[in-house]
Design a binder for this molecule. Structure first.
Ligand code: S3P
Length: 423
């Protein structure tokens, strides 16, 4: 069982944005509770390479911004190489900033990044006048961006993606006039919230966003709330292990991220939010979760999907303990995450003996089923690794991960925490 309470590590999405926006602001910024995961450190390294002074002291980061147009390459380099590692957020958001600079960069990443589609960013940035080249018509890395003058855009997004939306908002800061971005389904809005607090001129009306270019952004201090996507693994662990009760302190509860809480409540899970508050424009609270023996299946689709897209692998583990069918659909985006998460979840669950059916845009998990053991293929995907480490808490035999190092991408110290809570 899992018992105890802990302070949650910082949110990955917000940590990336804090580094990027501080780097292009004017003056000194302090970031507290920064997530020291490999992905966020990739963002730090990229901006350091562009001349930004970033000092790290435990979980605090001090960034001296260079201004909107002050990033630079070393004078001797005519094409700066930036390595984003495994981080989709780093590459996609940074493309929006790089398009507006006055130098040339080439972005590379690891093998997983090399398979992830970038056309969704390249196409609208090209519409704004950006010069972008690369493999498969700049869909895949390496991608080269010749920064320069940008126009504005009025863009209806074909996919729901906070990364694409954020790249376009950032590029719009450098535009020649007002830009408009329209979402079909609301995706996480940390960029809108944080950039406004840096002085950007952004107006949001439900699914429509209006951005005016600005001369400069101010500096400011940022507190990063805990990452609900990381809390999700411990939450599910507590829900499925008999006798568990865990208090997770300091969880970011932005309404575009709390889909997992809605789903758990629909499934009869015992979860409660205590002491809700607001810090730096983001809702934060503590989560109390306990063992829930009467879980039932549910349907997860449509507008709910972006609110829990990263939590679907761990929700699938939860669903094996629920009576009846859990249907997950409208989630084709899962195929282009760090791994093809429909396949990685379905194949591994089948290996463990779960009753699960693969769909074109999701999966159906038929519960309850007990899980056996075996060696899980993580595909070096941090969220797959953590999901099946939680499955190991309830399986009849041991579940072995073929790689657990990838967990450091988003949750350094994960196994120590799990050990501390395990009673
Ligand atoms: C993220 C947005 C989501 C999410 C990713 C982080 C962000 O991706 O899956 O882990 O920080 O903006 P998409 O924008 O591709 O949906």
């Amino acid at each position: 069982m899992l018992k105890g309470s802990f302070e949650l590590i910082g949110d990955k999405s917000i940590s990336h944005r804090a580094i990027m926006f501080s780097s292009i602001s004017q003056g000194k910024n302090k970031i507290s509770n920064f997530l020291m995961g490999q992905d966020c450190l990739s963002t730090v390294n990229c901006f350091r390479k562009m001349g930004v002074n970033i000092e790290i002291n435990n979980n605090e980061v001090y960034v001296t911004g260079k201004g909107l147009r002050g990033l630079k390459t070393n004078d001797n380099i005519d094409n700066l190489l930036l390595d984003v590692g495994n981080s989709g957020t780093t590459i996609r958001l940074m493309m929006g900033i790089l398009a507006g600079q006055n130098f040339k960069t080439t972005i590379i990443g690891d093998e997983s990044i090399g398979r992830r589609p970038m056309k969704r960013v390249t196409d609208p940035l090209r519409q704004m006048g950006a010069i972008i080249t690369g493999k498969d018509d700049a869909n895949l890395t390496p991608i080269t961006i010749e920064g320069g003058k940008l126009t504005h855009i009025d863009y209806h997004m074909p996919v729901s993606s906070a990364q694409v939306k954020s790249a376009l908002i950032l590029a719009s800061l450098y535009g020649d006039d007002t830009s408009f971005i329209h979402e079909k389904v609301k995706s996480r809005n940390h960029t809108e919230i944080m950039l406004k607090s840096f002085g950007a001129d952004i107006q949001v009306n439900n699914l429509d966003i209006k951005i005016n270019p600005v001369e400069e952004l101010f500096n400011r201090d940022i507190y990063v709330p805990g990452d609900i996507s990381s809390a999700a693994f411990i939450i599910v662990g507590a829900l499925i292990c008999e006798g568990s009760e865990v208090l997770i302190k300091n969880v970011g509860l932005n309404e575009t991220r709390v889909g997992i809480i809605e789903v758990i409540k629909k499934m009869n899970g015992k979860i409660e939010i205590v002491d809700e508050r607001k810090i730096c424009g983001e809702k934060v609270g503590d989560i109390l979760v306990s063992y829930s023996p009467n879980l039932i299946g549910t349907t997860i689709d449509k507008d709910l999907i972006p609110k829990l897209i990263d939590e679907i692998p761990i929700i699938a583990i939860l669903a094996t303990r629920a009576e009846g069918n859990t249907i997950i659909k409208d989630a084709a985006e899962l195929k282009v995450k760090e791994s093809n998460r429909i396949k990685s979840v379905v194949d591994n669950l089948k290996l463990l003996g779960a009753n699960v059916e693969e769909l074109e845009d999701g999966m159906i998990i038929k519960g309850k089923s007990s899980l056996s053991g075996g060696t899980i293929k993580t595909f070096n995907d941090h969220r797959i690794a953590m999901s099946f480490s939680i499955a190991n808490l309830i399986s009849n035999q041991s579940i072995i991960l073929d790689n657990d190092k990838c967990i450091d991408i988003s949750f350094p110290g994960y196994f120590n925490l799990l050990k501390k809570l395990s009673k």
